[in-house]
Design a protein around this ligand. Structure first.
Ligand SMILES: NC(=O)C1=CN([C@@H]2O[C@H](COP(=O)(O)OP(=O)(O)OC[C@H]3O[C@@H](n4cnc5c(N)ncnc54)[C@H](O)[C@@H]3O)[C@@H](O)[C@H]2O)[C@H](O)CC1
Ligand SMILES: [K+]
Length: 503
């Protein structure tokens, strides 16, 4: 699913109005009635609704919803916040329609003194500003928003919490953003919903299709996309009857060190559960028996060092390489990494201390093989790419790094972001807080190595891998909950995740 910047949404709107064709007031009615139905479902028993509206079309939606709720016997009060003297055309039409409903009280809110009391059992509908917001909130709107946020009422935001910018909130005043419990967004999610610092403002969110024109949605370009099952499924290569293990490639996994052999085991097991033909695990000598016992399916290549990574086998036999899980970042490992980067010609996944070594020795980035994939968590990302205080800026840095070095750069978290060399970013909807646990990242590295070895491109292997990893975590959490979930559970649910993905 595409995620459009707020500026593009107005264009998509106009195209729909011109080409469906549909009158703009009717499009507003269609959108509002979708939202109204969702509210009815959420709050089936009539309650007091206090609806705060602004001067634009977001306010117009709010007034249309007010009318629909009143017709269903909800006690509705509408507060028009005095921002300007002028309402948008469609907001004005909806105000006139609303005035015909006798049960609805309409107030003008020109100062905070006229702010009503908000009670815990009230439903507050926030229709002050939507995608037309152009600057941080100030004046009476700021006071109103603070009062809404201080209340215990249930807050439903129309399209986007008022005060939140669709994308860039780096210069915003967070005091002036509505904290919604539920955000019902029209047609597309907004980029800002996917960033952790906005989570307590957006609350739960849902996208409501409002029938914007499919042609323009197809035509319009955007760098931001949200993954879904249909899309990920369409990327899978079919397996054929006469395939043999050579068909699915031979991968090399460099992992493990003294005290961290678990990472090597987890990554190896995840790799083998994701379709690879043959796996060689390169590990320090002390891990030999551990690996052969725990993962009998893996072949083992032994380092001359007992405890760390210092060398690697002949690379010519491998279709792809992964390095990082549990390797540590001792001087000798750094030297081996230099040699590896000089010799390697296949795509490569770089994780954990593999990333940290590159972070400490940025000159190595010049030798990265084409099609490299990085899988940092936020701290590793910072060491590799740099620091930033807000997610929008961080996302831009991520895209720039991916472009500059021709790599696929993942940033792990809720809505893991995958930045691709050509400039696009895919956000992943699968996964849950239970997956923030030791070894979860090692599992992801193993899965991506597996897919690269099978011949998927770096971008596609990463997309499938990230989605599948989250899906396995979701299936595992249905059985064991968040707290008890371990990385091994994610591996155990990979078979079910594969089946669900391909269904
Ligand atoms: N997605 C769709 O296709 C549809 C969306 N609808 C709704 O329309 C709004 C967007 O409406 P728009 O009129 O463009 O913008 P706003 O309602 O957000 O209001 C903008 C209004 O306010 C002024 N303004 C902007 N920022 C500030 C500020 N900080 N302080 C004061 N004033 C400000 C600006 O100049 C404008 O006058 C969308 O979110 C949906 O809710 C349609 O109803 C259906 C189709
Ligand atoms: K809003």
């Amino acid at each position: 699913m595409k995620i459009f910047p707020a500026s593009k949404i107005a264009e998509i709107d106009s195209y729909t109005i011109e080409n469906e064709p549909i009158e703009s007031i009717d499009l507003m009615e269609r959108a509002s009635s979708k939202l109204f139905k969702k509210i009815l479902k959420k709050f089936p028993a009539p309650r007091n609704c206090k609806i705060f509206v602004g001067p634009g079309n977001n306010g117009g939606d709010g007034m249309a919803i007010a009318r629909m709720l009143a017709e269903k016997n909800y006690a509705v009060e509408v507060f028009i916040i005095k921002v300007t003297n002028q309402l948008s055309n469609d907001a004005e039409v909806n105000l006139q329609r609303l005035k015909l409903i006798k049960s609805v009280d309409i107030y003008e809110l020109a100062s905070i003194d006229a702010m009503p009391w908000l009670f815990p059992e009230d439903i507050v509908i926030d229709a002050i500003f939507g995608s037309g917001l152009s600057r941080p909130i100030e004046g009476v709107v700021l006071e109103v928003i603070k009062a809404i946020n201080a209340s215990e009422a249930s807050v439903v935001a129309v399209d986007i919490p008022s005060g939140l910018m669709g994308e860039d909130n780096s210069k915003n005043n967070y005091q002036g953003i509505v904290k919604a419990d539920l955000t019902l967004s029209f047609q597309f999610p907004k980029l800002a919903f996917l960033f952790p610092e906005n989570a307590e403002y957006v609350g739960e969110w849902e996208v409501l299709p409002i029938g914007l024109h499919p042609e323009i949605i197809k035509q319009e370009q955007t760098p931001y996309k949200m993954l879904n099952r249909e899309f990920v499924k369409s990327l899978l290569m079919p397996r054929k009857k006469f395939d043999h293990k050579g068909t699915y490639g031979h991968g090399l996994l460099i992992s493990g060190s003294y005290g961290k052999m678990g990472a090597a085991i987890l990554a190896s097991r995840a790799c083998l559960r994701s379709g690879i033909g043959l796996l060689t695990s390169h590990i320090p000598r002390l891990g030999y028996e551990i690996m052969q016992t725990a993962v009998p399916e893996a072949m083992v290549s032994i380092d001359r060092s007992d405890i760390i990574f210092t060398e690697f086998p002949d690379l010519s036999q491998f279709k792809a390489v992964a390095i990082g899980p549990g390797i540590d970042k001792k001087q000798n490992s750094y030297c081996a990494m230099i040699n590896l980067l000089k010799e390697i010609k296949t795509p490569m996944v770089i994780d954990a201390d593999g990333i940290n070594i590159l972070g400490e020795h940025p000159e190595l980035k010049a030798d990265l093989p084409l099609g490299s994939v990085f899988t940092p968590h936020p701290k590793e990302f910072e060491r590799l790419v740099g620091k930033s205080d807000d997610s929008f800026t961080r996302n831009n840095m991520q895209r720039k790094f991916a472009r500059e070095y021709g790599v696929t750069l993942v940033l792990k978290g809720a809505y893991t972001a995958i930045a691709c060399p050509e400039g696009s970013v895919y956000f992943n909807p699968t996964g849950n807080p239970g997956m923030a646990t030791a070894g979860s990242g090692d599992v992801l590295t193993g899965i991506i190595l597996s897919l690269l070895s099978q011949g998927y491109s770096s971008k596609v292997a990463t997309i499938i891998g990230v989605y599948l990893h989250g899906l396995a975590g979701d299936l595992a959490s249905e059985k064991v909950g968040y707290e008890a979930l371990t990385a091994s559970d994610i591996i155990d649910f990979l078979p079910k995740a594969w089946l669900k993905l391909k269904k």
